[in-house]
Design a protein around this ligand. Structure first.
Ligand code: ADP
Ligand code: MG
Length: 729
């Protein structure tokens, strides 16, 4: 039975805030207590085993089975102190969520007894019954099952009474079935490529790590209201709902204090995060009502991805305890800002240097410019792939919707660095430079840190912006696994750095001095990638025109955007850098298309169901009231009085009939289109059919439903309205 919204509202008004027990210790006392991190490892592992794990983390070396046995024993002993009974391999299948299969530690033995058993075998590898995870055909063709394998670079942690072991998820033939496997490979490649480029500047660099700091946006909606909206329950977004009289125009939520109930949710989320070593640092309101954001201190990319996945899981759990539901969907409400997940990305060295932060000397600034310009070139050359990396049915609502970055990839670098670029173009010559020219050049780049210090210009409309010491990929969706975007970004930068090294070495082999060679190649890159740099308003119509003139793509929908994943260029890039084989990438493409199709299919079904089972019946009920009223008027008035007095009612009756008719006809037509689309075998064609034939009905049905919401008696309307979802506290 659908819950009427009045019942739900009553529940909300009677809510008693949930009190949480605040730990009496300070954060530093309980930070990371639920993580089998370095401290616990030191305590529970032999020196040898500890070094073996640390070497795996730092250099990617293999951990021998004997050591794995020791680590397993140590993990078990440590978890025992936390009262843990089960363990699980925790992994990130391509569905976007995280998955786990819990196994008990105990094993039955003779005599009706049991012992606790957890050895290297159980730690290193496990077969989840995974036949229902998407595999794009890989597993079906080769093997029925995939297996999970321990990722020692991300520490195990305890949630409740379960020890969670971060793992990769691969098929028996070794193909990646998850987000983590290709990310780890991309990060490994990046380390090698970037370290070798660093050798031009600093021989002490032996490792380069990609860093990620994400900013997670989300909405909090009361559970009772959520439960009264089948569309929210089933799709995570409202498929109907007229805008409320007040929206976000006053921006009073953004500047307001965080409401008590939300604060209490956040505090509990933070405490749990800190115990799990997730370094959540900031929290604030976002632009839309009931919208919030939290962000951690940045970390090594793979760990940051795991922590974001973990945080999203915890948000769900903690929210329920506070009678909230958390909406991670990119666009839960029409006409209200959607949610994103900015991915702040940079590169750090083992010597403690941020490679995207200008230094104090011309030498370190040449290093900065090298990584800065190579990143720009990588994004320029692979803009479509970057676009593909953030494509999803959900994110289609956001990109280009004048509140989120456009679907056109561009890079904002700020006016000062633009100035530096044009100076470089002017000063760097392809022939030999005179000593004077060289020192002028070096003097010029030596000034970068000073100018960046007062670089306050920020561009909120750019999908990929340089923010002083990092790039911010702002087009990532709020529900996405960051690994999707991060795998692509790290892989294309890897590929670019390898090219760069070759280009510079080639010039040096021809006798060009190192710094000059670097300058020349960088200026070449600036020239060839310049068209992707854009400082203006990314939301404006002018930019759409200007971008077209520049030859930048504006790919509006997911089925089309995903093409870039399987272009020969991408397949070669991934293979060349050992991130993914063509087969893996093609399988992934198929999965993403299927996911798209399923999402639109589900939304379409819910729209149909709600229209026929709730909206139209409600409209008819109200229409009957009006008809009744008209009949009574007829009895009451003489015929000329009746004509003038019943006019409004008659018009309303007519309008309701018309809207019902449009809704019903559209639902029927949409269902027919769905049937046709379901018969299409080819994944791409099917996704396109859902996008171009099925989805256009959503707007039409919604428009008419929302108009009905405006005229139908408030008491009768079954679904919580926007004002209630967004403003009831
Ligand atoms: P804002 O961008 O709002 O000014 P910050 O500069 O503090 O705020 O950073 C926002 C996000 O960027 C945070 O998650 C932060 O951890 C992350 N960040 C900062 N420096 C780096 C870095 N070197 N690499 C990756 N992320 C970073
Ligand atoms: Mg930001």
């Amino acid at each position: 039975m659908a819950v009427h919204r009045f019942k739900a509202l009553e529940e909300v008004l009677n809510r008693i805030p949930v009190n949480i027990d605040l730990p009496s210790e300070t954060v530093s006392d309980y930070y990371g207590t639920n993580v089998f991190g370095q401290d616990s490892m030191r305590e529970y592992l032999s020196e040898e085993a500890y070094s073996s794990v640390m070497a795996a983390i730092e250099t990617g070396s293999r951990i021998e089975r004997k050591m794995a046995d020791q680590v397993a024993a140590a993990m078990k002993a440590w978890s025992k102190t936390k009262g843990v009974s089960h363990y699980t391999h925790w992994f990130q299948p391509l569905t976007g969520a995280t998955a786990e299969k819990h196994d008990a530690f105990f094993t039955p033995i003779e005599g009706g007894k049991a012992i606790e058993k957890f050895g290297g075998d159980q730690l290193v590898q496990q077969e989840p019954d995974a036949s229902s995870f998407p595999s794009g055909g890989i597993r079906n063709t080769f093997e029925a099952r995939g297996y999970t394998a321990w990722d020692p670079t991300s520490p195990a942690f305890v949630i409740g009474k379960t020890l969670c072991i971060p793992t990769v998820f691969v098929s028996y033939t070794g193909e990646a079935l998850d987000f983590k496997t290709p990310l780890l490979k991309a990060l490994h490649g990046l380390d090698k490529a970037a370290t070798s480029v660093c050798q031009y500047f600093d021989k002490n660099v032996s490792k380069v790590t990609a860093t990620l700091g994400w900013e997670q946006e989300y909405f909090l909606i009361d559970t009772a209201l959520f439960n009264a909206r089948p569309d929210l329950i089933m799709t995570g977004r409202t498929l109907f709902g007229h805008a409320s009289a007040k929206g976000q125009q006053l921006e009073d939520h953004y500047f307001g204090s965080i409401p008590d109930r939300a604060t209490s949710f956040m505090r509990e989320l933070e405490i749990e995060s800190w115990q799990l070593g997730v370094p959540i640092k900031t929290r604030h309101n976002e632009v839309a009502p009931n919208q919030f954001e939290c962000a951690p201190v940045f970390e090594e990319c793979n760990l940051a991805v795991d922590h974001n996945q973990l945080l999203m899981d915890m948000m769900e759990k903690v929210a329920r305890r506070h009678n909230f539901r958390v909406l991670l969907h990119e666009k839960p409400f029409a006409g209200i800002n959607g949610s994103g997940k900015h991915n702040n990305w940079s590169l750090g060295t083992n010597t403690g240097k941020n490679l995207l932060s200008p230094g104090k000397t011309p030498k370190t600034n040449l290093q900065f410019l090298t990584f800065f310009i190579n990143t720009i070139k990588a994004v320029h050359d692979n803009a479509d792939l970057m676009r593909a990396s953030i494509a999803s049915a959900n994110n289609d609502h956001r990109l280009g919707a004048n509140e989120a970055p456009p679907a056109i990839m561009s890079i904002f670098i700020g006016s000062q660095l633009t100035q530096v670029f044009s100076e470089l173009e002017k000063k760097v010559k392809s022939g030999k430079m005179t000593p004077d020219e060289k020192s002028a050049l070096k003097l010029g780049i030596g000034k970068i840190p000073d100018i960046l210090l007062d670089n306050t210009d920020r561009n909120r409309t750019s999908p990929f912006a340089f923010t002083g010491n990092k790039f911010e990929f702002r087009a990532v969706g709020s529900s996405a696994n960051c690994a999707g975007a991060m795998t692509v970004l790290n892989a294309i930068v890897t590929d670019q750095l390898v090219h760069f090294k070759k280009d510079v070495d080639q010039l040096m082999n021809k006798g060009v001095e190192k710094d000059e060679a670097i300058f020349q190649i960088l200026v070449d890159y600036i020239k060839s990638s310049k068209k992707i740099l854009f400082e203006g308003n990314g939301y404006g119509e002018e930019w759409v025109k200007e971008a077209a003139k520049r030859g930048l793509n504006n790919i509006k929908t997911t089925p089309q955007a995903l093409d870039a994943f399987v272009s020969p260029k991408t397949l070669q890039l991934f293979e060349r850098n050992q991130v993914m084989s063509a087969r893996e990438q093609e399988a992934r493409h198929a999965i993403y298309l299927e996911t798209y199709t399923k999402k639109i299919q589900i939304e379409s079904r819910i729209i149909g169901d709600l229209s026929l089972n709730q909206i139209i019946p409600t409209a008819i009920r109200y229409q009957n009231l009006l008809i009744d009223n008209v009949y009574r008027m007829k009895e009451l008035f003489n015929s000329s009085e009746f004509k003038s007095n019943a006019l409004t009612q008659l018009e309303m009756i007519k309008e309701i009939s018309e809207r019902i008719s449009v809704i019903k006809t559209s639902v029927d037509e949409m269902t027919e289109e769905r049937k046709k689309a379901n018969g299409i075998e080819d994944h791409k064609k099917q996704a396109v059919a859902y996008c171009e034939k099925v989805k256009p009905y959503f707007e039409k049905i919604r428009y008419n439903t929302d108009k009905l919401e405006l005229i139908i008696e408030d008491e009768l309307w079954p679904l919580p309205k926007y004002r209630e979802l967004l403003f009831t506290k």
